[in-house]
Design a protein around this ligand. Sequence first.
Ligand code: DQA
Length: 144
Amino acid sequence: MRVLVLNGPNLSRLGSREPDVYGAQDLSALRILLVEHAGDAVEIDLRQTDDEAELVHWLHEAVDTSTPVILNPAAFTHYSYALSDAARMVTRAGIPLVEVHISNPHARETFRHTSVISAVATGVIAGFGFRSYVLALDAVRGAA
Ligand code: DQA
């Protein structure tokens, strides 16, 4: 089983970007954590882009290949209807899609309290640092 772990804008800067909010570890540390947690039966396909269109295309790929998705849409969470529509296609196809956030957006600025993804996601996990992704992996493993 393969799992797509898709990360949106500015998450390439993990480790140096606001470490008080997002922690001191970078994306390669996240990849190692997930690969270790996944074991041999699950292949972790972790990607990051700052490009909304690329993220949309990766969700199309998830539909076409029936691949479960762990999605941190980053700032796109709060306003990208294109991403919301693409995420809806994933879950409408019966494929699990878990929205994750490193921080708890609800404990932050007001603009972060809105997610246009949550209503079309299978579920949402937020506020546990990189453990949000680990919990999401357990969730998609159980759901797939
Ligand atoms: C984030 C929260 C978003 O509000 C923010 O724009 C991000 C990261 C998180 O993982 O906590 O870039 O998705």
